[in-house]
Design a protein around this ligand. Structure first.
Ligand code: SF4
Ligand code: SF4
Length: 307
């Protein structure tokens, strides 16, 4: 590893990161959301920062204030690492564009407000107008997929639960990235699989909504509805724009980014959707003794979900 790459990694680890990987320019074309060179045309590298997020036993009892407090603390830690490392790069004379953990750098509020007008829902719960909803949403919503960059940077693998699975912490992590014009030595993708797929399948087994299916399917709408991430049918059907806006503003405020259904692919999970998190608690990777989701876990609880 060249000395500058080593220096940056050591700085980030000292600042509080648990792992750091470098994605080189050659992988940018493979990133399915906004590409790093669209953010910074002279970009040479992306530094991907990984911090452990939530202890599975804390996650086991969510929604709870304990989980909210841990989530908030985890966000603060990775944001501090991001800011400090970005400043370090600038002090060395390079450009840097730090992107926080939700990956969204433009238009989250407008995207939700414009896109929601296309949505409708039948009494049976079938969502109508998704195509136009998603199109409008993506036209306004600009984000970088940390997970795809992290996979390229050898930090883990996007697993069945559609989260990045890391060998040390499983999917219980936070990610953030710095796009820079500094040429850094890229890391290689992991050669050994991290997700056990058919041998394991715990994420599918414990999925509360049926969003995850054994054929590697992921339905973002089902996932979002599990935690009330999109308005209930009666709210959508009232078509009261003020009410819908209020709903989405509350959701936006709750997580620092918009979490609404996007695409039924790995991309949707990696760039902005959330859900109840049972799949993340259930994933045995990175756990000494497997913590199993509880029967009551992952149910909507207004007080804690809106934090
Ligand atoms: S967050 Fe919950 S609903 Fe969404 S995929 Fe995971 S277990 Fe299923
Ligand atoms: S629970 Fe098992 S199958 Fe699902 S992501 Fe984790 S390792 Fe992969």
């Amino acid at each position: 590893m060249d000395s500058f790459t080593k220096e940056i990694k050591e700085f980030a680890i000292k600042a509080g990161a648990d792992d750091v990987g470098i994605a080189g320019k050659e992988c940018f074309q493979r990133i399915p959301t906004v590409r790093p060179d669209q953010l910074l045309p002279q970009a040479e590298s992306v530094i991907v920062i990984c911090c452990r997020r939530m202890n599975a036993r804390v996650g086991q009892y969510q929604p709870s204030w304990n989980a909210v407090e841990h989530r908030t603390a985890a966000i603060n830690i990775i944001m501090q690492v991001l800011l400090q490392t970005s400043g370090f790069i600038e002090d060395k004379g390079y450009e840097s564009f730090p992107i926080g953990l939700h990956g969204v750098f433009h238009g989250a509020g407008d995207a939700a407000h414009n896109a929601i007008k296309h949505l409708d829902i039948t009494q049976e719960g079938e969502i109508l107008g998704r195509e136009n909803f998603e199109k409008t949403y993506w036209e306004n919503y600009k984000c970088l997929s940390h997970m795809h960059l992290a996979e390229e940077a050898g930090l883990g693998e996007i697993g069945w639960c559609r989260g990045l699975i890391t060998p040390r912490f499983g999917p219980r992590i936070s990610l953030a990235s710095i796009v820079t014009d500094a040429f850094l030595e890229p890391d290689k993708k992991l050669e050994e699989p991290v997700c056990k797929k058919e041998e394991c399948g715990k994420c599918v087994e414990y999925c509360r909504s049926g969003a995850l299916t054994p054929d590697y399917g992921y339905n973002a709408t089902k996932c979002m509805m599990q935690m009330g991430e999109i308005p209930p049918a009666e709210v959508i059907n009232r078509k009261d724009e003020k009410e819908l806006r209020r709903y989405f503003i509350a959701q936006t405020a709750s997580v620092g980014g918009v979490r609404i259904p996007t695409l039924d692919t790995a991309t949707s999970r990696t760039v902005g959707s959330g859900g109840c998190g049972m799949c993340i608690v259930a994933c045995p990777t990175g756990q000494r003794r497997q913590v199993k989701p509880l029967a009551t876990q992952g149910k909507l609880s207004i007080g804690t979900n809106l934090m």
